[in-house]
Design a protein around this ligand. Structure first.
Ligand code: DAK
Length: 258
């Protein structure tokens, strides 16, 4: 499908790549772009030829936030509009893992979008921040919640209250990103990582993602019970039989996704 604000492709390694493509506006996340992103995410999530997704921007900007020009005159009712929220929330409902490949500005809604992904690969030029306070607003898509759970209360407070920004190396040290690579290679490295995931048993990948994400929401005992149920469920899959038989027979497994 052709998009106006995105470039998408499926690689030979079963990775669904989505590039945000509003370079002149530093990939500001307009309602139109977010509508397309919601569609592209859902399409790749449903596509059996895709095992893992990668979301990226360009070298200068992953995304400099939600589109301020599109939001400047908005009312509370506009902001409560279900359609708008749904466009942003699609990423929270993906069954397949999604890797953010971040370079340059990763600010406001851009940082929140990256944090909504499952793994973050950054270039050395990436800058993470929540500058909403400069606009008289606060983060609205997880910037006070996901960021705090990752970097802790005190730093999150400083970032949200003063627009303190993190370099890629700081983000790496804080566990906000998985890897930092040179600008020339960060996207290839993100694609390689996604390809490794896409080569695994699809059902196990899906349930592993679900279980790890639940760890942030459930108590330990609820989480352990949840994990055990998913673990037990996988013993009904052909891929569990195949994976273990392949190990014993010293060969590569052939996954069927069922
Ligand atoms: N929105 C619209 N346009 C933007 C933009 C943005 N966020 N960021 C940059 N641009 C545009 C600039 O206006 C400029 O356009 P022209 O003037 O050329 O037409 C072009 O991109 C290049 O930007 P600059 O000329 O400013 O470039 P610089 O290198 O000088 O500066 C910058 C780069 C990233 C430091 C600067 O552009 C900047 O500060 N941008 C704004 C960053 C920001 O404040 N971001 C947070 C926005 S608020 C929600 C979901 C999401 C959100 C809230 C709720 N729900 C689902 C409820 C998120 C809110 C936000 O993200």
């Amino acid at each position: 499908m052709a998009y106006e604000y995105l470039i998408t492709e499926i690689t030979e390694q079963r990775v669904g790549l989505i590039r945000l493509n509003r370079p002149k506006a530093l990939n500001a996340l307009s309602p139109e772009l977010m509508a397309e992103l919601g569609e592209a995410l859902m399409a790749f999530d449903a596509d059996p030829n895709v095992g893992c997704l990668v979301l990226t921007g360009n070298e200068r900007a992953f995304a400099a936030g939600a589109d301020i020009k599109a939001m400047a005159q908005a009312t509370t009712v506009d902001m409560l509009n279900n359609d708008l929220i749904a466009r942003w929330e699609t990423i929270n409902h993906l069954q397949k893992p999604i890797v953010a490949a971040v370079s340059g500005f990763c600010l406001g809604g851009g940082c929140e979008l990256a944090m909504a992904c499952d793994i973050i690969v950054a270039s050395e030029s990436a800058v993470f921040g929540q500058p909403e306070i400069n606009l008289g607003i606060i983060p609205g898509f997880g910037g006070t919640q996901r960021l705090t759970r990752t970097v802790g209360k005190y730093l999150a407070m400083e970032m949200v209250l003063t627009d303190r920004r993190l370099t890629a190396q700081e983000a790496l040290a804080l566990g906000l990103v998985n890897h930092v690579y040179p600008v020339e290679t960060y996207l290839d490295e993100a694609l390689k990582l996604a390809a490794r995931i896409a080569a695994q048993a699809p059902l196990a990948v899906r349930l592993a993602k679900e279980a790890v994400r639940k760890a942030l929401e459930l108590s330990l005992s609820e989480g352990l019970t949840f994990e055990r149920r998913l673990f037990q469920m996988l013993f009904a899959s052909a891929d569990q039989k195949e994976g273990m038989a392949a190990f014993i027979e010293k060969r590569k497994p052939q996954w069927q996704g069922r």
